[in-house]
Design a protein around this ligand. Structure first.
Ligand SMILES: Nc1ncnc2c1ncn2[C@@H]1O[C@H](COP(=O)(O)OP(=O)(O)OP(=O)(O)O)[C@@H](O)[C@H]1O
Ligand SMILES: [Mg+2]
Length: 265
């Protein structure tokens, strides 16, 4: 096994990381996963960003789960994700015995990121997302491979920088899907607050073909953060990631056994 190839990319929704009990469970889940295969963790922090923005009187705007990011919003996103959320998770993982290393996509050897093109929303409108980044290129996430080879567990906050040094806000599912594809991971495991992808009756869909996934994207059964999530899952599957799941990460310390949706083809 070399680096993170054939390993697991685990994406954690920020909702799972807000309180100490949740972080303790997730840290144990990280330890279990890392004991079985090389592991790279990517996390978001959406709701904590919302809370800080509200406290500062900055209003939130998002389209298909992508946050419209002006300069004031970017400052909050960077401070919350790369600062508080990342550091707290790294510390909780260390307590659980995980040799965790915190970083962002602005670090060398994680992912090139460029400013996102204007976005065509599910409803057809074209939106300038502001300081939002898109992971790019076919470059190997060399640092992540090296950390995995050294039996360390990288924990990546979804902040990047473009070639001019401008910091950019990257959707954490988008980054996780891209890294899973670039690393040649065996599995992309996306854990969040909902028990997988829900149908129109709020029932978990156990498995979802790429055709059904497309249907959810075009007819609005997937909205908000689920849009970026499904697009990331599709990218990973198309790049050859064998197994892609969206599962609940709540009240569990073993993410291998939780209910969710398997994304197939
Ligand atoms: N069909 C669907 N099934 C499940 N959730 C859906 C669906 N359509 C829309 N959603 C919404 O997508 C949300 C998940 O995306 P969201 O971006 O909010 O969380 P996350 O990606 O886990 O967290 P973070 O952004 O912090 O990384 C759900 O809470 C739900 O409101
Ligand atoms: Mg999200």
């Amino acid at each position: 096994m070399t680096g993170a190839a054939r390993g697991v990319v685990l994406k954690l929704g920020g909702e799972l990381l807000e309180d100490a009990d949740g972080r303790r469970d997730i840290a144990t889940a990280i330890r279990r996963l890392a004991s079985r295969a090389p592991l790279v963790v990517v996390h978001g922090g959406g709701r904590e960003v919302d809370t800080d923005m509200a406290a500062l009187g900055i209003s939130k705007r998002a389209v298909d789960g992508l946050r419209l990011t002006d300069a004031a919003t970017l400052d909050v996103v960077v401070g919350v994700l790369a600062g508080r959320v990342n550091t707290r998770l790294v510390a909780a993982a260390r307590v659980a015995g995980v040799p965790a290393v915190g970083l962002t996509a602005a670090d060398a050897g994680v992912s090139s990121v460029q400013r996102a093109e204007p976005y065509t929303a599910a409803d057809g409108t074209i939106v300038d997302l502001g300081f939002v980044g898109q992971p790019t290129g076919a470059d190997e996430p060399e640092l992540l491979n090296q950390l995995c080879q050294a039996d360390l567990v990288p924990i990546v906050a979804s902040i990047g920088a473009d070639s001019g040094g401008q910091l950019l806000n990257v959707n954490a599912d988008t980054l996780a899907g891209h890294l899973a594809a670039r690393l040649g991971a065996a599995r992309l495991l996306i854990a969040g607050g909902t028990p997988g992808v829900l149908d129109e009756h709020d029932r978990t869909i156990p498995s979802m073909s790429l055709d059904l996934l497309h249907g959810f994207l075009v007819d609005g059964r997937a909205s908000a953060g689920m849009v970026a999530k499904l697009i990331a899952c599709r990218e990973a599957r198309r790049a050859g990631v064998d197994r892609v799941d969206i599962v609940t990460g709540k009240h569990t310390d073993d993410l291998d056994t939780t209910a969710g949706t398997m994304i197939g083809d």
